[in-house]
Design a protein around this ligand. Sequence first.
Ligand SMILES: [Cu+2]
Length: 142
Amino acid sequence: MTSHGKTHRIFVGTVFAAVVLLAMRFASAQARMIEVTADRDSRYKIAGMRTPEITVKAGEQILLRVTARKAKSWNRDGSIHGFTLLRASDRTKVEGWDLLFKPGKQEFQLTAPTEPGEYVVVCTVICSEEHEGMHMKFTVLP
Ligand SMILES: [Cu+2]
């Protein structure tokens, strides 16, 4: 191979790597981050909100960053809280939004429902006698 050909290949390789890096940055910048604590008192918490609730746009990419803390009881598989999205109207589950949390920090890449409306997040782990109260409002805007 001529040195010119080699230089050209290095140049093309560098440009390709730069484009991939830019695309990755763009993709991660596009996802909206939502931080939730699933706490030891069997409550969801969101910083700055007295009553936690989530509002997203239909079809939006979401990065859900969760901190989970053990309450009084947990599942045999080690899950300490759940996070399942239900349609408020008929309490049916939204596909892809049936999550289980382990202790500590974890992240989920999710896509918001495409149908605008009212939803509710519920905990699916019997995490304490307060478990029934572990829910929050979730709104999908058009
Ligand atoms: Cu819970």
